[in-house]
Design a protein around this ligand. Structure first.
Ligand SMILES: *[C@@H]1O[C@H](CO)[C@@H](O)[C@H](O)[C@H]1NC(C)=O
Ligand SMILES: *[C@@H]1O[C@H](CO)[C@@H](O)[C@H](O)[C@H]1NC(C)=O
Ligand SMILES: *[C@@H]1O[C@H](CO)[C@@H](O)[C@H](O)[C@H]1NC(C)=O
Ligand SMILES: *[C@@H]1O[C@H](CO)[C@@H](O)[C@H](O)[C@H]1NC(C)=O
Ligand SMILES: *[C@@H]1O[C@H](CO)[C@@H](O)[C@H](O)[C@H]1NC(C)=O
Length: 674
């Protein structure tokens, strides 16, 4: 019967049409897609990225220093045909940043368009899993991204730790603004939004192919798209993007573990991004204490009875506990910087500061290893005791500001806790311990090879350069030495304890000069004036280079009570033209003699007895990268120590100096800042 056949054919057609309509909720063809939640979605994930059973795309997991990516699986042709200009497109996505154990997240996430899905070369932390040091700023990377950055990196000129930026080829944003939106309900007034807030937000990226205008608009979830974008710029993306473009997200964590999530996502080419169905979106994961369990509900009535009995006991215990966990809280300590930890958490993290968790004895107090129970984060807790309350208060203000310093060659300060007569500082835990253990270990233990040592010298130089010149004010380290350099899991050298020496400046009588530092690393003029400057830091850095290169302590005490000053010993060899003989004898590296020579000569320049002859850290970096040649040192027949003594006696005019060097009388005027 032909009628029947036609009917069944029609039904089939209708059925398949209906089917295609159903599946269109995720992919409606060539020029758009929309995900309202990611359950059963196929995205290309790498790194820490996962899709949870309820459909949240979690870019990061509970791990520090990791990166992750999620891509729409197939590439998009944003050009009509290869070689033609990039067409207009519109993207919107719903995201959330969930802090795990404090009110901070590091480092951030990006929406990105790239010619490749292979980001194995990208770095985590401040590189947001997007680029690395080598390719940042290179046009060959063809990257367009919008960064959602929850930490401030002065390296990339970040304006604050809560901003959105348009990144073209580079993490140094073409344009950026503090996160927020122009509120149409309120005459277009600008309202700040806190990215790290455990609240969902929506972001739109619109590009007009004809005018090359790029708009980026942010709003809290459920608000209709504000009419005025947060960021607007023009940039011809036809010159940036390749013919084939992968579209997706990257994210990375730094020293603080953080959850970066995407809940929904849509794209339209030559049309607005399709609306994301907000009702279908999954919830942001809840991190923190688990909700009350059933078991508890059964136990609750019984517990109530016991509770009443316990009240009496508790009151007594409470008073005792208050004594035990007492902290000092001041309203003044506005927390812009690191997190304030409770003493109780730190007490539990370190098992009550048990000796088995003792990592070492620093110049400022004992350091313990700890595990924060809420976040499972390993930390190092330093207990610093100090008598002066006033001094401590001022110091905490400084610590809070210093805690905002972030650099890959500094040990990150995560937070602090203040008690009577005591300050606890919480740092990132460095798995490989301090550098001096590797340099001054027993003969048969494996030591560091030259490449590792040179890398560490460069790293410490870059950390110190950041402290001296890249932060909003000059931060002096004052105690650079191998035992203050810690090694992270990749054996990068990281400076610890920066700024801590300031503690001794606060609340002490300014008349009494208290020289902070370690014997052997003190610049000659420091002994005279007691005044630390960037140049006294450079001096100590010079001695540090020698310590790492020669594998010896700055002052070697011999069995017969005599002692040998490392720098004089090296200068002696230099006079004889035998400088490279001072290289650590555990190393044999004829292939790297250029680097060894550079390091030793630079060390002598940095540790020059006359402070004005020393280079700035900016120059040190240039010398280390061989961007500029090292000036020739003019040999003198006098030892550095004697020269230093002469300088202190006012004899400095007599000595021959490299290039143009004035008298040392300028020390104090140079030290007061830039
Ligand atoms: C987080 O992701 C990394 C892969 O990048 C993995 O090695 C690690 O085990 C993950 N951690 C957890 C807690 O899932
Ligand atoms: C930087 O990234 C590029 C491209 O992904 C890669 O080829 C290169 O090896 C990376 N460099 C470093 C130092 O990781
Ligand atoms: C918004 O944030 C900026 C930068 O952090 C700040 O200067 C400003 O006072 C904030 N405005 C409001 C209304 O909170
Ligand atoms: C960007 O925003 C402005 C101001 O609202 C608007 O006139 C323009 O059309 C927008 N451009 C794009 C590409 O959406
Ligand atoms: C953008 O660049 C493409 C390719 O270089 C060029 O053809 C096009 O005219 C440019 N568009 C504008 C608006 O300048």
């Amino acid at each position: 019967m032909p009628g029947m056949v036609r009917l069944s054919f029609l039904l089939k057609l209708l059925f398949s049409l209906a089917l295609s309509l159903v599946s269109s909720t995720t992919d409606t063809g060539e020029d758009q897609f929309v995900y309202s939640g990611f359950s059963r979605s196929i995205l290309d994930l790498d790194g820490a990225a996962t899709i949870t059973p309820d459909g949240v795309l979690e870019l990061t997991n509970h791990t520090v220093h990791i990166k992750a990516h999620a891509f729409y699986p197939s590439p998009w042709l944003l050009r009509k045909s290869p070689g033609e200009m990039v067409q207009s497109f519109s993207v919107s996505f719903v995201f959330g940043m969930v802090p795990i154990y404090s009110d901070k997240c590091t480092d951030g996430m990006t929406f990105l368009i790239s010619p490749t899905k292979d980001f194995s070369g990208a770095q985590a932390s401040q590189y947001l899993g997007l680029l690395n040091k080598t390719i940042d700023g290179q046009k060959s990377n063809h990257i367009f991204a919008v960064e959602l950055d929850s930490s401030q990196n002065t390296e990339f000129g970040d304006i604050d730790d809560n901003h959105i930026g348009i990144d073209i080829y580079s993490l140094t944003s073409t344009k950026s603004n503090t996160a927020g939106f122009y509120d149409d309900r309120n005459n277009g007034i600008f309202k700040n939004l806190s990215l790290v807030s455990h609240k969902e937000m929506q972001l739109w990226v619109d590009y007009n192919g004809d005018t090359t205008q790029i708009n980026v608009t942010l709003a809290p979830l459920r608000l209709i798209k504000p009419s005025r974008p947060l960021l607007s710029t023009t940039y011809n993306l036809s010159t940036v993007l390749e013919d084939q473009s992968y579209i997706g997200f990257s994210a990375s964590t730094g020293p603080i573990n953080s959850l970066y999530c995407v809940l929904g996502w849509s794209l339209g080419v030559n049309r607005p991004a399709p609306l994301i169905d907000i009702a279908k979106l999954p919830k942001l994961p809840h991190v923190g204490p688990k909700s009350r369990s059933k078991l508890l509900e059964i136990i609750l009535p019984i517990a109530t009875a016991i509770f009443i009995f316990l009240v009496g006991t508790t009151v007594i215990l409470f008073v005792r506990r208050r004594m035990k966990y007492a902290e000092i809280n001041e309203d003044l300590e506005v927390e812009f910087g690191p997190h304030r930890f409770s003493y109780k958490d730190l007490f539990h993290a370190t098992d009550g500061f048990k000796n088995k968790n003792l990592l070492g004895l620093g110049g400022f107090g004992k350091v313990y290893r700890g595990l924060l129970s809420a976040s499972k984060l390993e930390v190092a807790v330093k207990r610093v005791s100090h008598e002066s309350q006033q001094g401590m208060k001022e110091f905490v203000a400084e610590i809070v500001s210093i805690g905002r310093l972030q650099h890959r060659n500094l040990v990150q300060l995560l937070g602090y806790c203040r008690r009577k007569g005591e300050l606890l500082l919480v740092y990132e835990y460095m798995s490989n311990g301090s550098l001096d253990k590797y340099l001054h270990c027993e003969e048969d233990k494996p030591t560091l090879n030259w490449a590792q040592r040179f890398q560490i010298i460069k790293g410490v130089a870059s950390g110190l350069f950041y402290l001296h010149e890249r932060w909003e004010k000059v931060v002096l380290h004052r105690d650079i030495k191998a035992s203050n350099v810690l090694l992270d899991s990749e054996m990068n050298g990281r400076l610890g304890d920066f700024g801590l020496a300031r503690l001794y400046d606060h609340g002490t009588d300014p008349q009494t000069t208290h020289v902070v530092g370690t014997m052997g690393y003190l610049a000659p003029e420091l002994a005279r004036t007691g005044k630390a400057t960037t140049q006294t830091d450079v001096y100590a850095f010079g001695i540090f280079i020698l310590e790492v290169t020669c594998g010896q302590r700055p002052i070697n005490n011999h069995a017969d009570d005599s002692s040998q000053i490392l720098i004089d010993w090296v200068v002696e060899h230099w006079h004889k033209g035998l400088l490279t003989y001072t290289l650590d004898r555990r190393l044999q590296c004829n292939d790297n003699s250029d680097e060894v020579n550079l390091a030793l000569n630079l060390a002598l320049l940095c540790a020059h007895p006359f402070c004005n002859a020393r280079p700035s850290m900016r120059q040190v970096i240039q010398y280390l990268n061989s961007e500029i040649p090292l000036p020739e040192l003019i040999p003198t027949n006098i030892s550095y120590t004697v020269l230093g003594l002469m300088q202190n006696e006012g004899f400095d005019q007599y000595a021959s100096l490299p290039s143009t060097v004035g008298s040392s009388g300028m020390t104090s005027s140079l030290s007061s800042g830039r």
